[in-house]
Design a protein around this ligand. Structure first.
Ligand code: 1CP
Length: 353
């Protein structure tokens, strides 16, 4: 396929270090339970089934773009979709998250873990439908889960508060851990290739739970694999965004994985985040970082927080520590967020209020 060339998309301008004509904004988890139209179309269809239905996944991806005037769509999918496509037994349990049929704990489990060896046609078809609906000012962001976050679901068997079995594997059986990483990377790359070949305009690598690790563990057990994934698409020419929650102490190390854009959670002011990133790997574009809870705090609070975050980003850029800013939350939209609060926040961020 020929990729779209979007010369007038604020998100791509910001990601490339150019000055956009408005502050680009999208929200992690902008599709989903906060929208009544989402709850309606998902009725009676399981989360993972919906990720393999091209018309439905395209519709859900477009819902927040139509409603909120965000500058990007994020592909409606999940980090476990490539595992499901490879034949791994996994379901998404409502209110909980991804749960595996059986946890992956031993070398034999790892050797038997299926590897995704084909493009995922349903997702590619969904992406083509989305691209047919987006304007040339709206980017489509694809994504994959990074190996640590994905491995945590496999090793723990489901969502985990402390990730202790995963960390225990790293430290008690490092060879087993590295074998798991080696086994996961090709699946992640194949799913990313599906999305790139279908025409996504940008991508995000979600290492949501990396912030649970020490920097030393992150560098030894995780970073080499995230480098490999990002390097794999070096020449493609789409911006790469890298994000994790609670990664204040890891921003430098994570920035060394090689993305153009670093997502920052709400705990670290953007100018301080930028100093850490600059010191480790040079100035990059920042993405973030409104606390998702602020969408419950009313217009005045959102206006104040948006102004603070924009000022911190501007300071980082003035100081030479960053080359741009894409507005986002510091993590995903919380499930009970009123849809109207999201629309209002987008207008405030765009400066239309
Ligand atoms: O039935 C439902 O509606 C279930 C809720 C839900 C949704 C809407 C899940 C289960 N996944 C999703 C979609 C999803 N997952 C998107 C959609 C696109 C968008 O942002 O609008 C994305 C980007 C993801 C990626 C994802 N899944 C991540 C990384 C992002 C993040 O939030 O940190 C993670 C960690 C998951 C696992 C997952 N899937 C679902 C849940 C509830 C969870 C988290 C479980 C846990 O706390 O461990």
């Amino acid at each position: 396929m020929t990729r779209r060339t979007l010369s007038d998309a604020p998100l791509l301008d910001a990601a490339a270090g150019r000055t956009p004509d408005r502050t680009p904004v999208w929200f992690m988890r902008q599709a989903g339970r906060s929208l009544p139209e989402y709850r309606k179309v998902r009725e009676g269809i399981s989360m993972l089934d919906s990720c393999f239905m091209p018309e439905l996944l395209a519709e859900i991806t477009m819902q927040p773009v139509r409603r909120h005037d965000v500058d990007a769509a994020i592909l409606f999918s999940d980090i476990v979709v490539p595992l499901k496509a490879a034949g791994v037994g996994v379901e998404i349990v409502p209110g909980r998250g991804p749960v595996m049929d059986r946890a992956i704990r031993t070398r034999a489990d790892i050797d038997a873990l299926p590897i995704l060896d084909h493009e995922v046609d349903e997702v590619a078809e969904g992406i083509r439908l989305i691209l047919g609906e987006l304007t040339d000012r709206q980017a489509l962001i694809g994504f994959v889960g990074a190996p640590f976050t994905l491995a945590s679901y496999l090793v723990e068997g489901g969502p985990s508060k402390n990730h202790q079995t995963t960390k225990a594997m790293m430290h008690a059986e490092p060879e087993t851990w590295h074998a798991l990483m080696e086994r996961l990377v090709p699946t992640i790359i194949t799913f990313l290739r599906t999305q790139i070949d279908a025409g996504i305009d940008a991508m995000q690598l979600f290492d949501s739970w990396a912030g649970f690790l020490t920097e030393a563990d992150y560098r030894e057990f995780v970073l080499p694999y995230s480098i490999r994934i990002l390097q794999e698409i070096n020449g493609v020419g789409i911006p790469r965004i890298h994000f994790g929650v609670g990664t204040g102490e890891l921003l430098g190390a994570m920035s060394e994985a090689g993305s153009e854009v670093m997502g920052v959670d709400w705990r670290v002011p953007l100018d301080r985040a930028a100093e850490r990133i600059h010191a480790a790997s040079g100035p990059k574009v920042l993405q973030g970082n409104l606390d998702p809870a602020m969408l419950f705090a009313g217009r005045d609070a959102v206006t104040r927080e948006v102004a603070r975050i924009k000022a911190e980003a501007a300071r980082a850029i003035d100081n030479g520590d960053a080359t741009g800013h894409i507005f986002n939350l510091g993590h995903g939209v919380l499930p009970d967020t009123p849809a109207e609060a999201i629309t209002e926040a987008v207008a405030i961020i765009h400066g239309e209020d």
